[in-house]
Design a protein around this ligand. Structure first.
Ligand code: ZN
Length: 376
């Protein structure tokens, strides 16, 4: 029943993050198809701990119908803290370098709950996308990335997915996918590629193997303010704190009260750009802009970003933008950035105006600038 509930919850939540909190006395009834790796992954415990708990020798498999014990330790060594008299949640959080809210959540308690001396608290890692030492973690997760179309589901391939993983998740023969997509024969898939899963009626979560979230370096050109942010958690969901910080960084200085958070899909687009040019700094010109005149634009809606990527020609960046789904992309040959926004159907334009000039959608009669001449 618990498992069914968890599975239902997983589907509702779109992905199945393994439970973090340690629970005592859990057992699992082995069903056909279960393996040590699968069960360990499901409960968020290490395979070694699972084997030790059940006296399984290395290589020994699970027997269907057998009830096994799930160790109470958590994945990754599971740091723990035994509450001493006088301890506060805030102090424990500080000692271990984790936010209080994460510590409370990992232990299924409120931040103000009184602490019972003797109680063992689970200490989560400082950042879900990083291990205790701050290195990006490689975690297998489940992500839904597709849409129901005529004849099946159009699946967007995620980094770390292959034909076999996708076919298995949809319970469709690999050969049918190969045929439906006229691939001829099995070949590696590229992230972002869209493939039809023939006959599928709904989008299902598909495993993403060892997807590593790297932090992205941002700088706001106007004031030199910097931030290094992980926009996504390891499970592919948006990191709310990073969303807030990037929204603030890309807004005019002093926008505090009426700050509009950047659109979630815009963050996914920025993530795609960062993954295309890993390690390169994203240089921000303008994101959210409060409306001065009452008229709305993609910027006043928090759906647009003017930016460039250090070391990348804007033309190249613009072309990458046009490959993203349902995106508005503006190219400014006489300026220093491109415009990228979230909209319902794709739009592209070239604006030949210089910085601070009125939009000019056709090329000027005279040559805009000689090659090598600065445009600003
Ligand atoms: Zn713009």
């Amino acid at each position: 029943m618990q498992r069914i509930l968890f599975t239902a919850l997983c589907l509702a939540m779109f992905l199945c993050a393994a439970p973090i909190a340690a629970q005592k006395g859990r057992t699992h009834l082995v069903r056909s198809g279960d393996s040590v790796a699968k069960v360990a992954d499901y409960y968020g415990v290490s395979q070694d701990d699972l084997r030790a708990e059940n006296g399984l020798s290395p290589g020994q498999n699970l027997k269907v119908g057998e009830e096994i014990r799930i160790p109470s330790r958590t994945r990754g060594g599971g740091r723990a803290h035994v509450v001493k008299p006088g301890d506060t949640l805030a102090a424990i959080a500080k000692t271990h370098g984790v936010p209080v809210a994460r510590l409370a959540a990992a232990n299924k308690m409120a931040t103000q709950s009184p602490l019972q001396p003797g109680r063992t608290l689970v200490i989560p890692s400082a950042d879900e996308g990083a291990d205790a030492a701050g290195r990006p973690k490689k975690i297998d997760t489940l992500v839904k990335s597709g849409e129901v179309v005529r004849g099946g589901v159009r699946h967007t391939v995620q980094p770390g997915q292959n034909l076999w993983i996708i076919a298995r998740a949809y319970n469709v023969a690999k050969e049918r996918i190969i045929a439906a997509n006229k691939m001829g024969q099995e070949r590696p898939l590229t992230a972002g590629e869209k493939i039809l899963i023939p006959g599928a009626r709904q989008v299902v979560p598909v495993r993403v193997k060892g997807y590593t979230i790297q932090p992205i370096h941002f700088v706001r050109i106007s004031n030199g303010k910097r931030a290094t942010l992980r926009l996504m958690k390891a499970n592919g969901q948006i990191n709310p704190a990073s969303r807030r910080e990037l929204s603030r960084l890309s807004s005019p200085t002093g926008t505090k009260k009426n700050l509009r958070l950047l659109h979630p899909r815009l963050l996914h687009m920025i993530q795609r750009v960062a993954e295309r040019w890993p390690g390169q700094q994203l240089e921000l010109v303008s994101g959210y802009r409060p409306s001065q005149t009452g008229t709305e634009s993609y910027h006043t809606l928090g759906q647009a970003l003017d930016f460039r990527v250090s070391g990348v020609p804007n033309r190249e960046l613009y072309e990458f933008c046009t490959q993203l789904q349902d995106t508005g992309c503006g190219y400014y040959p006489n300026s220093v950035f491109i415009h990228m926004d979230v909209r319902d159907r794709p739009a592209v334009w070239t604006d030949w105006s210089g910085p601070g000039e009125k939009a000019m959608y056709t090329p000027p009669a005279t040559e805009p600038a000689q090659a090598g001449e600065p445009v600003l």
